[in-house]
Design a protein. Sequence first.
Length: 392
Amino acid sequence: MQFSPLVDRISGRGAGAWRIHAEAVRRRDTGADVIFLTVGDPDQAPPEPVISATIEALRRHRTGYSATVGYPRVREAIAARFQRRTGRPCAAENVVVTPGAQGGLFCALQCLAAPGDEVIVPEPIYATYAGVVGASGARLVTVPLCAGRGFHPDVDAIEHAITPRTRVIWINSPHNPTGVVFTAEEIAGIAEICQRHDLWLLSDEVYENLAYARPHISPWSLPGMTARTVVVSSLSKSHAMPGFRFGWIIGPAALSGHLFNLLLSLTYGSPMFIQDGVLPALETELPEVAAVCQAYQTRAAMLSGILAAAPNCRVAPPEGGMFALLDVRGTGLGSEDFAQGLLEQENVAVLPCDGFGASAAGYLRISLTAPDPRLEEAGRRIVRFARGVERS
C-alpha cells in the first residue's frame, strides 16, 4: 500500500533532532536521574488567574463546540493587546485563534504558499519549519545566519535569495535556536524587501515577551506592512502554558476568511474553556510574565558563565528566548556524538542542532527551562564532560 507524497514532505530534515531526547526519556523511565534541557517546556507554573478562570469555565460546563476562529471577546482582546504593543490598528477581524503557535504557522503557510512557491527562512531553523513548508507543497530556501555576525541576519543575502517563485519571507525573533533578537534596523530592512518584491512576511513571535537584549519589534508596527504581514504567536512560552495549545494568527482581514475554511476542516474551533481561561492573560499584563522573562535572562547569564570554562567549546550568550547555543566543534566531536556521550556519562540531555541546518552544525541547543540549581548542576556536568573529551 502506498502513502501520499505528503508523508515525505512533512518528515522534514529536523525530524531526527529529537533522537537524543527520546533516548533520554527511555533512560528516565528506567530510573535514571536525567536533567532534561532539550525541549522549550517552561518549568514555571502558569499564572493563577488563568488556572482559576479555566477551572471555573469547566465548572460552568464550557465544554461544547466553540466559534471556529475564536470568540469575539477573545479575538478583540488579542487585537487590543497587539495594537497596544505595535501602535498600529488591529481589530478582531484580523485575528484567528489556533491550536498553539505551531498550529498557527501550519495554517498560515497553507494559505500563503502554494506548490512550487518558495519560502525564504533565515537558518538555523526550528526543527518543525521544514515540515510545515513541505506540507504546503512549497520549497524551503534557507539563508544562513552566520556565527561571525552573531547569528544576526544578512539582509542583503536574504534579498539575493529571492527568485520569481518567492512568495514568503519567514522570520522568527527572538530566534529559536540561536537566541538572537533581531534589531529594529534588521526588521525594517526585511520589511522593505517584502514591499519592494511584493512578498508576504510571516513573523513567528512566540518569544516576543522574552527579549532581553533589546525590545522585540514586530514588522506589523512598520508603515505599509499591515497588508502583507502575518504574525503568529501564543501564550505558551511567556505564560508557561504550552499544554493549553492556545495561539493566534494576526493578518489582513481577508486572510481570516480563508483560515475559517481551513480550521473548519481541521480543528472546528478552540475549546470553550481554554478561550475563557486565557482571557485574564490577554486582558491584563500579568506580573508573572515579567518574572518569567527575568528568570530566563538570569539563567542565560548564569549558564553562559559556567560554560565559558568548557574546554574547546564556545557559548553563544542568548539575547532572548529560552535557549543557549554551545559550539562543540573544537572538541573534535560532532554535536550528536557530544550529546550522546553527555547523556551516557553525565545524564544531561541537550539537543544537537545539525538538523536545524548547516549553519548550526556542531552546535548544541541547551534549554534554560530547569530550576536554577538543576541548570547550574547541568552546566557543571557539561564542563566536566568536555574536560574528559579533552583528555581522551
